[in-house]
Write a protein of this length. Structure first.
Lengths: 347, 275
């Protein structure tokens, strides 16, 4: 039996604490957490202690540690690219990088090039792309790649802390910044861009294969306190993205893909929770096929994917070019939605 | 004890066969008769429904049910008919796919009271591609406006976000509330419409299946304490419409739904391909 892979974690905030450590705790046959880095020493110490790992505030210490086989990059977005490159340069065997794994196509291409030449397995933490409900639904409605005409993502959620607190006990939760002035068009544009890169991005890798060529944003608006409506056209298909985050407890996270002869409806669990997979309904010829739920979610599946690539030499489910294209799709959409909103607010 | 009134289809060659089960479910209120009848149905799906409605108002009918009016008519003509109906104290009810569902009427107060505090009102209609009664997308848009009107929402700044032969998205506002009206024709099971009104601390949703049978709408209200499922009502929208028409005609109540219809047609006329 192969020894579990050693994991080093860069960034020990709520994502690491509520998502990755509980997930890795269920995959002890595959992974053991070796080292945890955070710029806040007390957070690093607290989180490392609960995982039985070494604490550090130094990224280099993690990357230089020979017991670290794979690196989980859970730091703020702007550090992802440099950390992926550093992990590759340090000779690590695999990387799980939280989304977005870069902030531009140029950066993403550079990362993919480095990871490709170093033969490092790279998995982006897009958990819905690994959710068994989605993967099974997709397998049962393959014709929608050709026939889908309308797609809709509906993401209505409470704020993250509600779910973080059920997955773990968060140490050092970041203090919220001042409330932005959402009457300022520039702020609204920045927030809708942030919504795309922080929330909508969960489903964009699922949508992109059905509508890969982003043509235009037809409408965009921000909804306070955090959300928005974006209508877009891509590859001749029509996509509505409705997102609304607010204090109310009730979550609703769905993805619908409609064609003339088939449709798929997927319901996902909220982020952070470990409540098994989503569920799906595929409709065809007047019949419905209900799929799921499965006992584990996309978080486990993405780590299992990394293990299979690193320890088993498995081919990646999503190639590097897919990761680049996913990232570019999101950044382009974020830019266009922000531009549309600015234009609309000026009109 | 209600007063039985005669009912008939007016102004078209439509066989009343589809209405007989509805009338038969109101045996103490309605009996089928040959025209002229006290209560008449005008088929709004025909090209000449405005003329038919005008003739029905002149026929001596005590009440008129305008069924599924299609868009494309001049709103001013409808408004003029509303004035004529009011001057003769003839109630004219509009039966449309979702607004007529009895749950809309029964739960309006539970839902409408919270609407001013909502940030987003989202209406999504999915129309089965194989539905033999499949409406056109403009008719769906009109039905959505009816539905919103029925729960007390009159959209402002209506604009078409996009349109295709299979779907549309309309955006609008009402004060600080963003409205999204969208529809899809596809392989999506029974036709239905869902209104979701979402606010920071509460939300309401109403899922309505249309007027063809008595499948009950699903109405819910959610706040910090939990979700309340409002009572289900196993009455078809058609039966509810005829029951209301009979009650209005029998009591002499003033019911004007034509003015609202004219306003909705004006809104629709502002958004291009769906007018």
């Amino acid at each position: 039996m192969t020894a579990p892979l050693g994991v080093g974690v860069l960034g020990a905030g709520p994502v690491t604490q509520a998502i990755h450590l509980p997930t890795l705790a269920r995959l002890r046959d595959k992974f053991r957490v070796v080292s945890i880095m955070d710029v806040d020493k007390s957070v690093a110490n607290s989180v490392a202690a609960r995982a039985g790992a070494t604490a550090t505030t130094s990224e280099d210490e993690v990357l230089d540690d020979p017991a670290v086989d794979v690196v989980a990059i859970c730091s703020p977005h702007q550090f992802h690219a440099a950390q992926v490159e550093a992990a590759c340069a340090a000779g690590k065997r695999g990387i799980l990088c939280e989304k977005p794994f870069a902030v531009s196509r140029a950066e993403a291409t550079q990362i993919a090039s480095v990871a490709g030449s170093a033969s490092v397995a790279l998995v982006v933490g897009a958990m819905h792309a690994y959710d068994p409900a989605w993967l099974n639904a997709r397998a049962k409605c393959g014709e929608l790649i050709e026939t889908a005409h309308t797609i809709r993502s509906t993401i209505v959620l409470p704020f993250n802390d509600r779910f973080e607190d059920w997955a773990t006990e968060v140490a050092g939760r970041p203090t919220p910044g001042p409330r932005p002035d959402t009457t300022d068009p520039a702020v609204r544009a920045a927030m809708i861009s942030g919504m795309v890169m922080g929330v909508t991005i969960h489903d964009l890798p699922l949508i992109r294969p059905f509508a890969p060529r982003l043509e235009r944003v037809d409408f965009a608006d921000f909804i306070a306190p955090f959300g928005g409506v974006i209508s877009l056209t891509a590859s001749g298909r029509y996509i509505d993205l409705v997102t609304y985050m607010r204090p109310l407890w009730r979550p609703e996270w769905t993805l619908d893909i409609w064609g003339e002869d088939c449709s798929a409806h997927v319901e996902f669990t909220p982020s952070y929770v470990h409540a098994g997979s989503g569920t799906a309904v595929v409709r065809r010829d007047g019949r419905e096929v209900h799929l799921g739920p499965w006992p584990s979610n996309g978080y486990e599946a993405e780590w299992a994917e990394l293990y299979d690539q690193v320890a088993g030499g498995a081919a990646p489910r999503y190639a590097l070019i897919d990761l680049i294209d996913d990232l570019t799709y999101a950044t382009d959409l974020a830019e266009q939605a922000a531009a549309w909103l600015l234009q609309g607010d000026r009109a | 004890m209600s007063t039985p009134m005669t009912a008939a289809v007016f102004g078209t060659d439509e066989d009343p066969v589809a209405l007989r089960p509805v009338w038969a479910s109101l045996p103490l209120s309605i009996t089928e008769a040959a025209a002229p009848a006290q209560l008449v149905a005008v088929d709004g799906r025909t090209a000449d429904w405005v003329a038919d409605l005008a003739a029905a108002l002149d026929s001596g009918a005590a009440g008129i049910l305008l069924r599924a009016p299609s868009p494309g008519q001049d709103p001013d003509d409808i408004a003029a008919l509303a004035v004529r109906a009011a001057s003769r104290s003839i109630p004219v009810l509009v039966e449309s796919a979702w607004a007529t569902d009895p749950a809309v009427d029964a739960h309006r107060d539970s839902i409408a009271g919270e609407l001013p505090s909502m940030a987003l009102i989202d209406v999504l209609s999915t129309i089965g591609a194989v539905d033999p009664q499949r409406p056109t997308l403009p008719a769906v848009a009109l039905d959505q406006l009816h539905l919103l009107r029925a729960i007390g929402v009159e959209p402002e700044q209506v604009q078409l976000s996009r349109w295709s032969p299979n779907s549309f998205t309309i955006v609008a506002s009402r004060g600080p509330t963003r409205l999204v009206l969208s529809a899809v024709i596809g392989n999506c099971g029974p036709s239905k419409a869902r209104v979701s009104a979402r606010g920071p601390g509460s939300e309401s949703s109403l899922l309505v299946f249309g007027s063809s049978n008595a499948r009950p709408a699903e109405a819910e209200r959610t706040d910090a304490a939990g979700t309340v499922r409002l009572p289900s009502l196993y009455e078809s929208a058609s039966r509810a419409a005829w029951r209301r028409l009979h009650a209005a005609a029998a009591s002499g109540a003033v019911v004007d739904q034509l003015t609202g219809l004219a306003a909705d047609l004006r809104r629709l006329a502002t958004i291009g391909p769906l007018s």
